[in-house]
Design a protein around this ligand. Structure first.
Ligand SMILES: [Zn+2]
Length: 230
């Protein structure tokens, strides 16, 4: 079904196709039991079956809300938006799709796509809607049990289980630290690999349908002149 060309493993002359997919992750705390790269691992897994050229995942995002936890590395909203705009501008593909598995990336991603589309670049964004709890709880722990169980620790303590909408004002103002001492928003106790596989299958199907509904453009756009040559 899929050509699944990984850009990092391809030569330039072997790159073919009009759709570039860029997975967007984060490097941020995911409680005491999940790795900092959880969102990057999930984003990469979501796109792995797509019939498209897959760019290396961006392992940094906008994670300011997780500041104060060791290991979190954030490039912030403005820098992320700028990175996404420049990446898509530089890409010699007719279509560029960003697939983000980190909620904090949503606003800068939407801004970047808006700016790119105003420039005539056919860029789009897609993010999974898992339902369930918000961060390092049942949902993400299930996904990681399905994808990389060897990276999931045995401590499965609940965090703050209040609905995200209720936590949002304080979360935005003071960060996750203020509402959850262990960094978890939800409860990972009942997470399972089976649930993770089902969530992934549904999300991949949703993403595939999104891509299928996006008309291919021909011929491919020529690369924009490079700004900063390196
Ligand atoms: Zn996450």
């Amino acid at each position: 079904m899929a050509s699944r060309a990984g850009l990092a493993e391809s030569t330039s002359s072997a790159v073919a196709g009009d759709l570039l997919v860029v997975p967007l992750g984060a490097t941020e705390q995911h409680g005491p039991h999940l790795p900092l790269g959880t969102d990057t691992i999930i984003a990469s897994a979501l796109v792995s079956d797509l019939d498209a050229v897959i760019a290396p995942a961006l392992p940094y995002g906008s994670s300011g809300e997780h500041a104060g936890f060791p290991g979190t590395l954030s490039i912030g909203r403005a820098a992320l938006e700028h990175v996404l705009v420049e990446l898509a501008r530089s890409a010699a593909f007719a279509r560029v799709l960003f697939v983000s598995a980190h909620g904090g990336n949503a606003e800068p991603l939407a801004s970047a796509v808006r700016a790119l589309r105003e420039e005539g670049v056919d860029a789009r964004a897609w993010s999974p809607r898992w339902g369930g709890d918000a961060h390092a709880g049942r949902t993400e722990t299930s996904l990681m049990l399905a994808l990389a169980p060897e990276l999931v620790g045995s401590a499965r303590d609940p965090g703050n289980i209040a609905p995200l909408a209720e936590l949002m004002p304080r979360l935005r103002a003071e960060g996750v630290r203020a509402v959850s001492a262990n960094g978890v928003l939800g409860d990972p106790a009942d997470a399972s690999a089976d649930e993770g596989r089902a969530l992934l299958a549904a999300a991949r199907a949703g993403l595939a349908a999104f891509v299928a509904g996006w008309p291919a453009a021909a011929p491919p756009r020529a690369a924009a002149p490079a700004g900063d040559a390196a």
